[in-house]
Design a binder for this molecule. Structure first.
Ligand SMILES: Cc1cc2nc3c(=O)[nH]c(=O)nc-3n(C[C@H](O)[C@H](O)[C@H](O)COP(=O)(O)O)c2cc1C
Length: 386
């Protein structure tokens, strides 16, 4: 990997995070970076990953490494998927398109969020990426099915139903720093934006000049609230009554692959398999929701043991190094989602910045695999835990 000159000083995800913190208004940066309540879970996710040590196998020919893998019937260059992240379009102008381009360049899918600022039709037309679509169930199920038809028509192959967000999380730092959706005008937010002129001009002014105040692009036209105005209609608010009946409904309605994201228990993983889901994402939502949630790495081995032969197991939360990907693979994941890491790259350089992050993770993964004596992903998955 030869880094583009602009990113020569960004040697790892932590460097990108620091640079993103300087570039973005504080409220937006904290929305991306931080956890919820006392931020116990986010620290735990990191601690638990760090505690996973792998035992290298020596005297293995690793001169021709391959990180290729098949996930949900798709051949990918890396065992990675760019996770759905709401409001990526506030991080960079047309941020979702930029992220999707970076994913396409890396040979991996991009998962479009329900709460995307850019519509899936434009992301499909302008990125050339393989698209997955993430769904938050809306109170009005008919409208939700309409959204799915739209996603399918735009070319989404895989539907990811997020099941861990029955209610909005408690992020007190965002109450303090004034960032929220809908965006609210306040002195504090105004000063924050003024102190970050590159973002103010490159993202906010550009949005105002081209399409007006950013909106949730997938919300029905008549409810589509400018992020700067009042709340969304109840009809498209997050539903708190999502149950396995909704999974049945989606399984009937969606002809592509169906994934449940946010599973942390063996019984729920078994239920996902028996409801005909194709995969699950073992995830605590990047420690952004329930602060006393168990960590994905704590439950992954048991879930992989119980259902790994019936459905594909993906996982996420805290990946900042290629070694973290190797750790998840060794615990039983077939692939890993990355949320914040590419967003930090997006913040500092759009599609090129996000590509730089994915390239670094790829190089680090290859190096880790070589040290482990794992020439391919199947052998990386067999790495012994110390
Ligand atoms: C800014 C941000 C927005 C997110 N928005 C969504 C979303 O709309 N839907 C969803 O299922 N997960 C969402 N997530 C969670 C990610 O999909 C993923 O589970 C998490 O970021 C993984 O942890 P990591 O960021 O440490 O890689 C979001 C995460 C971040 C950081």
């Amino acid at each position: 990997m030869t880094a583009k000159p602009a990113f020569g000083h960004i040697l790892n995800v932590a460097d990108a995070r620091r640079a993103a913190a300087r570039r973005l208004p504080r409220g937006l940066f904290e929305y991306i970076d931080r956890g919820s309540e006392d931020e116990v879970a986010i620290a735990a996710n990191r601690r638990q990953l760090d505690a996973i040590r792998l035992a290298p196998k020596v005297l293995v020919d690793v001169s021709r490494p391959s990180t290729a893998v098949e996930i949900l019937g798709q051949r990918l260059s890396l065992p990675l998927v760019v996770a759905p992240t709401a409001v990526a379009g506030l991080v960079w102008h047309d941020g979702e398109i930029a992220l999707a381009k970076a994913a396409a360049q890396a040979g991996i899918p991009f998962c479009v969020s329900t709460q995307s600022i850019t519509a899936i039709e434009r992301i499909a037309a302008e990125s050339g990426a393989r698209l997955w679509f993430q769904l938050y169930v809306w109170q009005n199920r008919q409208r939700m099915l309409g959204l799915l038809d739209r996603a399918r028509a735009a070319g989404a192959e895989t539907l990811v139903l997020t099941v861990d967000t029955a209610v909005g999380p408690n992020r007190e730092y965002n109450t303090r720093n004034g960032f929220g959706i809908p965006l609210k005008a306040s002195w504090r937010a105004g000063i924050d934006v003024a102190l970050h002129p590159r973002w103010a001009i490159g993202v906010m002014l550009r949005a105002l000049a081209t399409g007006g105040v950013p909106t949730y692009a997938h919300y029905p036209e008549e409810f589509r609230t400018k992020l700067g105005r009042v709340t969304l209609s109840d009809e498209v608010a997050l539903a708190a009554d999502v149950t396995w009946e909704d999974v049945k409904l989606l399984r009937r309605h969606w002809r592509g692959k169906l994934v449940l994201k946010g599973i942390l228990r063996v019984d729920d993983a078994l239920a996902a398999a028996s409801h005909g889901c194709d995969a699950i994402v073992v995830s605590n939502h990047g420690a952004r929701n329930l602060d006393c949630a168990i960590g994905p790495t704590e439950v992954l081995p048991a879930i992989a043991d119980e259902v790994g032969d019936r459905i594909e197991i993906l996982a996420d939360g805290g990946v900042r190094r290629g070694a973290d990907i190797a750790r998840f693979l060794a615990l039983g994941a077939r692939g890993v989602l990355v949320g914040r890491a590419p967003l930090f790259g997006l913040a500092i350089g759009g599609a090129d910045g996000a590509s730089h992050i994915l390239d670094m993770l790829s190089v680090e993964l290859r190096r880790t695999m070589a040290f482990l004596g794992a020439p391919d992903i199947a052998s990386a998955a067999r790495a012994r835990l110390a």
